[in-house]
Design a binder for this molecule. Structure first.
Ligand code: 13P
Length: 245
C-alpha cells in the first residue's frame, strides 16, 4: 500500500498561499508516498492547477447528489474541480455541525459514488479517553461511519484524537499503536477484502519533529496534518519522514 501524507488546510489559506502547493509539487516530484492537499473548497480548482503530481482533496461534501441545500457542495462537484479525495467526519464537523456517524457514512458513500476516495475521520474526546472509553468509541465510529463491506470501493481511515488536534499534545506511541491495531482488526472483521489495503492515518499535532517516531508505529500508514501542512517548509519534513519510514 502507498503511504499517505495528507494536509488539511481547514479554513486557512488564500490565493497567495497556493504557492506553497507549487513549492511542494516541485520539491516532491517523485515522492515515495501519496501527497494530498485539502484546501478550502473555494480553492480546489486553483490548487489543482498548481499541484502537478500531488493530489487535491476537499474537506467535506454533502450526502446528496443535488438539491435545495444552500451553501453546500456535492461530491460530484468536487470531482469536477479536480479533487480525488474528500475528508468526511472530521471532529470539527462532527462537533461544530452536529454530524452523526450516520451522516458521515452517507457522505462517505456519496463520495465513493462520485469517484472520490473518502478520508473518514474518527477519534475520541479527552473525556472519553479519561473515562477509559476510547476503544469503545472508536469501535462504534468504525461500525457506523464506514461504507458497507459489500462495496469494495476503497476508503482511508484517519484516527484523530480530538484532544490532540491543534493542541501540541500527542498520544503516547503505545496509545497510537493500540488504536491503530484495533482499527486494523476491526476492518479485518468488517471489511475483509479491503482491510489490509486501507491506509490508516494518524492526525493530531503531527510536526516535522515528531513525525518519524509516529511513523515508526506498525499500523500507521501516514498522517492527516493540520497546522503543519500550511507551509511547504513545515510539511516537507513530514513527507520526508514518511518516505523514510
Ligand atoms: P493539527 O495537525 O493542526 O493538530 O490538526 C490535525 C487535524 O485536525 C487534521 O485534520
Amino acid at each position: 500500500m502507498r503511504k499517505i501524507a495528507a494536509g488539511n488546510w481547514k479554513m486557512h489559506g488564500s490565493r497567495l498561499q497556493l504557492d506553497h502547493i507549487k513549492a511542494l509539487a516541485e520539491r516532491h516530484k517523485e515522492a515515495a508516498c501519496d501527497i494530498i492537499i485539502c484546501p478550502p473548497a473555494a480553492f480546489v480548482s486553483l490548487a489543482r492547477d498548481y499541484a502537478g503530481p500531488l493530489e487535491i482533496g476537499a474537506q467535506d461534501c454533502h450526502s446528496e447528489e443535488k438539491g435545495a441545500y444552500t451553501g453546500d457542495i456535492s461530491a460530484q462537484m468536487l470531482a469536477e474541480l479536480g479533487a480525488t479525495h474528500v475528508i468526511v467526519g472530521h471532529s470539527e464537523r462532527r462537533a461544530g455541525h452536529g454530524e452523526s456517524n450516520a451522516t458521515v457514512c452517507a457522505k462517505a458513500r456519496a463520495a465513493q459514488k462520485a469517484g472520490l476516495i473518502p478520508i473518514i475521520c474518527i477519534g475520541e474526546t479527552l473525556e472519553e479517553r479519561k473515562a477509559g472509553a476510547a476503544q469503545h468509541v472508536i469501535k462504534e465510529q468504525l461500525d457506523d461511519s464506514l461504507p458497507e463491506a459489500s462495496d469494495s470501493t476503497p476508503f482511508v481511515v484517519a484516527y484523530e484524537p480530538v484532544w490532540a488536534i491543534g493542541t501540541g499534545m500527542v498520544p503516547r506511541l503505545e496509545e497510537i499503536d493500540e488504536i491503530h491495531q484495533l482499527c486494523r482488526s476491526e476492518l479485518r472483521r468488517s471489511h475483509p477484502m479491503l482491510a489490509d489495503e486501507t491506509p490508516l492515518l494518524y492526525g493530531g499535532s503531527v510536526k516535522g519533529s515528531n513525525a518519524a517516531e509516529i511513523f515508526s508505529v506498525a499500523d500507521v500508514d501516514g498522517a492527516l496534518v493540520g497546522g503543519a501542512s500550511l507551509k511547504a517548509e513545515d510539511f516537507s519534513p513530514i513527507i520526508e519522514a514518511l518516505e523514510q519510514s
